[in-house]
Design a binder for this molecule. Structure first.
Ligand SMILES: NC(=O)c1ccc[n+]([C@@H]2O[C@H](COP(=O)([O-])OP(=O)(O)OC[C@H]3O[C@@H](n4cnc5c(N)ncnc54)[C@H](OP(=O)(O)O)[C@@H]3O)[C@@H](O)[C@H]2O)c1
Length: 314
C-alpha cells in the first residue's frame, strides 16, 4: 500500500514537529508561493495560518481544491485567519492547547506588571533611589475572563494561586471548577479589576469589547487582550482610556498587526503593546505529540483530537 501523503507548509523553524511520525506516512514540503496547490496524492495538509509564516495565501480558492485532502490540521489554536474555502476539507483540526500555558503565564505577567508598576520601578542610578510606595496586589482582585477554553482555564488556575476572585463568561454553561464563577457578560464586565479577552474571533465576538462594554466595566479596569485584535474596538478603547473608564490596557494582539506607525496606542502612557508574542515559549513537545497522536488516530479510523466543528463552529 502506498504511504499516506502529508503535504505541509511548515517553515524551517517548525519542522522539528515532523520528527518521529508514525510509519506509513510520507511528507511533502510545499513551496511558500504555491503552498495551497495540493499534490495530487496528498490526503492530509498541515497548514500554518496566513500570519504565521511566509506562505502566500491565494486570493481565490485554488483550482481543484480540496483535491484528495481528507484532513487539514491548522497549527494555530485560532482558525479565524483561514478563508472559508479551507473548510471544504472534510475534517479540520487545530493546535488548540499547545501554547495555553505560555499565554497564561504571559497574562499573569501582564497583570503583575500593572499591579507592581513594571518596568517603571526599576532604576538605573543612585539618584533614582526614591521609594514611591503604592504598588498593588493581585490578592483579592477580581479577574474577569471572557472565554473559558484552553487558555482561559490555564489563566484561572494560575490566578487562583494568587488569591484572585475569578469570574468567567463562556458560550455554554456547565459546572464551574472550584474557585471560578460562571457569569453573564454584564456581570463579568462590572466586577472585573483585570479583564482578559480569551475568546476566538467569530462573527459573535468581533467588536464585542467596544463602547457598550466599556460603559459597563468597573472604572479603572485593566484590560488584557491575548486573543484577537478584532474582538476589541481600538477607537472605543482610546476613548475609554482617556475618560479613565479603562485604567490600563495590555495588548498582545491588535487590528491591524502591526498598528500603523504613529498610532496613539503605541505611546499612550497606560498601554503596553507586545507584538503578538504571548504564545512564544509554548510546548513544542505537546504540538508534536498532538500531530503524532492525530496521525495515529487517523490511520486507525478513530476520532481526532481538537476537531474544528463544520463551518468553524460559527
Ligand atoms: N496571542 C496569541 O499568540 C494566541 C495564541 C493562541 C490562541 N490565541 C487566540 O485565543 C483564542 C482562544 O483560544 P483557546 O485555545 O482558549 O480556545 P478554546 O479552547 O476554543 O476556548 C474558547 C472559549 O471562548 C468561548 N466562546 C466562544 N465563542 C463565544 C461567544 N460567542 N460568547 C462567549 N464565549 C464564547 C468558548 O465557550 P465554551 O467554553 O462555552 O465553548 C470557550 O470558553 C483562539 O481562538 C485564538 O484566536 C491567541
Amino acid at each position: 500500500m502506498p504511504p499516506l501523503l502529508i503535504a505541509h507548509q511548515l517553515p524551517e523553524r517548525f519542522q522539528q514537529l515532523l520528527e518521529g511520525l508514525p510509519g506509513g506516512v510520507a511528507l511533502q514540503a510545499l513551496p511558500p508561493d504555491s503552498a495551497w496547490e495540493m499534490p495530487a496524492a496528498a490526503e492530509i495538509l498541515f497548514a500554518v495560518p496566513p500570519r504565521g509564516g511566509n506562505v502566500v495565501l491565494p486570493a481565490q480558492k485554488p483550482p481543484g481544491w480540496p483535491g484528495r485532502l481528507r484532513w487539514l490540521h491548522a497549527l494555530s489554536a485560532g482558525v479565524d485567519e483561514f478563508p472559508s474555502w479551507v473548510f471544504e476539507v472534510p475534517l479540520v483540526t487545530c493546535g488548540r492547547g499547545s501554547n495555553s500555558v505560555a499565554i497564561a503565564e504571559f497574562t499573569l505577567a501582564a497583570l503583575l506588571a500593572v499591579e507592581k508598576r513594571l518596568p517603571k520601578i526599576w532604576i538605573e542610578s543612585a539618584e533614582a533611589w526614591v521609594p514611591r510606595p503604592g504598588l498593588g496586589t493581585l490578592q483579592g482582585k477580581a479577574l474577569g475572563l471572557l472565554g473559558f477554553g484552553s487558555i482561559g482555564q490555564k489563566i484561572a488556575t494560575r490566578a487562583a494561586a494568587f488569591g484572585m476572585e475569578i469570574l468567567a463568561f463562556r458560550r455554554t454553561g456547565g459546572t464551574a471548577p472550584s474557585g471560578v464563577h460562571f457569569a453573564d457578560l454584564d456581570t463579568v464586565l462590572a466586577a472585573a479589576d483585570h479583564l482578559v479577552i480569551a475568546l476566538p474571533l467569530t462573527p459573535a465576538t468581533a467588536g464585542l469589547v467596544g463602547s457598550a462594554a466599556f460603559a459597563r466595566v468597573k472604572p479603572g479596569v485593566h484590560l488584557v487582550n491575548i486573543a484577537r485584535g478584532r474582538i476589541l474596538d481600538h477607537e472605543a478603547l482610546l476613548a475609554a482610556l482617556d475618560s479613565g473608564q479603562v485604567g490600563f490596557a495590555s495588548l498582545d494582539v491588535t487590528e491591524p498587526e502591526p498598528l500603523p506607525p504613529g498610532h496613539k496606542l503605541y505611546t499612550h502612557e497606560r498601554v503596553h503593546i507586545s507584538p503578538h508574542i504571548s504564545w512564544s515559549g509554548g510546548d513544542r513537545a505537546a504540538q508534536g505529540n498532538l500531530l503524532r497522536e492525530n496521525i495515529r488516530r487517523f490511520q486507525a479510523g478513530e476520532t481526532l483530537l481538537n476537531i474544528v466543528p463544520p463551518g468553524r463552529g460559527y
